[in-house]
Design a protein around this ligand. Sequence first.
Ligand code: GLN
Length: 485
Amino acid sequence: MELYELTIHELKSLLVRGEVTAEEVTSSLFERIRKLEPKVAAYISLSEEAAMEQARSWDQRGYQDTTAVIAGVPIAIKDVLCTKGIRTTCGSKILANFVPPFDATVARKIKEAGGILLGKTNMDEFAMGSSCENSAFGPTHNPWDLNHIPGGSSGGSAAAVATDESIAAIGSDTGGSIRQPAAHCGVVGLKPTYGRVSRYGLVAFASSLDQIGPIAKDVRDAALLLNVIAGYDHRDSTSVPTEVPDYQQSLVEGLEGITVGIPREYFIEGLDPDVERAVKDAVGVLEALGARAIEVSLPHTEYGVAAYYIIAPAEASSNLARYDGVKYGLRSRERKTLMEMYRKSRSEGFGAEVKRRIMLGTYALSAGYYDAYYKKASQVRTLIRDDFLQAFKQCQVLAAPVAPTAAFGLGEKVDDPLQMYLSDVFTLPASLAGIPGLSIPCGFTSQGLPIGLQILAPHFHEGLALQVGYNFEKNTEFHQKRPPL
Ligand code: GLN
């Protein structure tokens, strides 16, 4: 086994026993990165020098008597999180030279827990997209088939974990951006409950939906990393001041007494037969482990795409107003008047999808249209949330596909925004409802592309999703498969 192949928990025990050093692991990862990046392009920026220095300093300090949970463990962070002194581009030309003067809370927590930052991963510009093709730095390639998308928007983070170019990674999920790329790359991704993880220092896309979470090689690592980043933060008024459980305690064997709801509306026309088969087989595995499966209904599911693609662009149009060429980010050279400077900076700095969202959102919020679009969408959002609350009266978790198909081809949907938006149909409802969702590998298509199983749980019950995922994983081998690179 190569050092770059280790999980967090494996690496931790080797470090404590003195059998490897963080320096050895970190340099093996950078070697791996140098070898694979020309094909995969998972990273936008690397911080090799700082990472090696951090690794050496942890090695010197030792791992015996530290409370730092991921001391000496190399991690990649999506380029949407501010990192002090390290360029944070958000996949956009407008922030191509932005070096934040502060760390996002999640970046700070990772550092304080001893994590070693390898670099910043590629993403759709401002996290808007499902394929990683909207990055101003070029697309990331799916490690299982380089002509396919890795998913988005956290495609770089998922690909980095799948290729062993990182031990684990951080992503963000507004409408599926952790779960869907994790599914498409064959790794584990967890979107926590809205409010579980601080968004301070996360470049805002749609503030009522954005959440940060782990992407990892297995469920245990995802649980571990969630504990590192979760918790109340006075700098984010939407972070919730409730106790964070030790998620390792959720990883108990057996699923007796757990009822798994299978939402009827997630098995519809357009669902790829390979995906349907894999998800149904996965439910069979859960039943064999003691769970009871029942059919449930989430009747407003079909309105999720429409509601999300009003609410998210509306919030984005407001959040992105700050990029005006004045305080930071790109400023156009052609600027005779102030208005011209604003206009040119934004025209040159934003890509096509971001401009589309700003226009959609501005339109939806404009006088006379607000009631018809934004208000209506917000009401639908409440209905979708209520669907989940009703369903969770009958079951503890829900099991469903993450996406209707496995990863599609590069270039296949990028010129057809509606098709791209529709591919989010199974991830958007949980985001609108604010509930946690776990994506775990559950099979492969006939073409050998990974398929993800989505496990949804009630607000602040990440532990339940982790428990179900852990048991599935213990009894299957999908998460151990690696792409042939
Ligand atoms: N694909 C969705 C979008 O384009 C979700 C993106 C995300 O979760 N950041 O908005």
